[in-house]
Design a binder for this molecule. Structure first.
Ligand SMILES: Nc1ncnc2c1ncn2[C@@H]1O[C@H](COP(=O)(O)OP(=O)(O)OP(=O)(O)O)[C@@H](O)[C@H]1O
Ligand SMILES: [Mg+2]
Length: 260
């Protein structure tokens, strides 16, 4: 079996007195689509921050592509092929769609720390937009776009650097059913092209419908992991959602998954 692209072992992360991650073990294989679900405040965004280097681990081991990345800066991790999208999209409102995508391409260099001038032949941003059917919107300003189109700009921006691993924080929030289906197709295409994806989302039908494996976080700890079918029926998962707003969503996903 292939080595994992990302291996996280016993990741713990404290924000002052808050324990946001508790000995989290996860593995992401090459070209695998892995979902991360869990109630609000479970630590999902913190896990993405820990992988990208935006939050500092209290303890644990983190390897990417066979290398220890725990002490590498976020920019170095980006150059190695780790990309993310944000829960709040974070587009540059005064730049065009094309410029937004272009801005985010990390310069790859053989020697870490060297910023390389980009040669024309290396421009990936038109490709990334075209891949998502967004090239006709390249010269628009983000403010002119629908929410669904803005989400796609965020994804194009992350894909423009040709990442090995794409981490996505709630991309389906605010999308309608058709846009959500399109997002699912895009993510399966991204994975088919060889990029691994970690999908954090509250949209259970989407996550359980398209992911190869799913991890469930609760109070910073992984309480379940496995194929969507196993996770959906896990008593601990069902218990974690009881008493939260998401109980209905989980139950709904049981009944809607076959209908999609
Ligand atoms: N910068 C921070 N400083 C202090 N505490 C934080 C910070 N970021 C997150 N937390 C706390 O860490 C815990 C995990 O938060 P996190 O944002 O990772 O959850 P989440 O699973 O992404 O939730 P949601 O589904 O609402 O996005 C929460 O208790 C949160 O209040
Ligand atoms: Mg979050």
């Amino acid at each position: 079996m292939a080595d994992p692209l990302l291996r996280a072992e016993a990741l713990s992360l404290h924000y002052g007195g808050v324990c946001a991650l508790r000995k989290v073990d996860i593995e992401i294989m090459p070209a695998e689509l892995v979902g991360v679900i869990g109630p609000n405040g479970a630590g999902k965004s913190t896990l993405l921050d820990a992988i990208t280097g935006f939050a500092t681990l209290t303890s644990g081991a983190l390897t990417f592509d066979g290398r220890d990345i725990r002490h590498r800066r976020p920019s170095e991790r980006a150059r190695m092929g780790v990309a993310r999208t944000w829960q709040t999209l974070q587009l540059f409102e005064d730049l065009t769609v094309s410029e937004n995508v272009q801005m985010a391409v990390p310069r790859r260099s053989k020697a870490f720390g060297t910023v390389l001038p980009r040669r024309d032949g290396e421009r990936k941003e038109p490709d990334a937009l075209a891949r998502l059917g967004m090239d006709r919107l390249a010269d628009r300003m983000p403010g002119e776009l629908s929410h669904g189109q803005r989400v796609l700009v965020g994804i194009a921006r992350a894909l423009a650097g040709d990442p090995k691993l794409l981490l996505m924080d709630e991309p389906a929030a605010g999308l309608d059913g058709r846009e959500r289906d399109l997002l699912g197709e895009i993510l399966r295409d991204v994975v088919a092209s060889g990029t691994s994806v970690v999908l954090v989302d509250h949209d259970m039908p989407l996550v359980l419908g398209i992911c190869d494996r799913v991890y469930v976080l609760d109070f910073g700890a992984v309480i379940a992991g496995g194929a969507p079918g196993e996770v959906r029926n896990d008593p601990q998962v069902i218990a974690a959602y009881l008493g939260t707003d998401e109980q209905g969503t989980l139950e709904e996903s049981l009944s809607t998954e076959g209908a999609r």
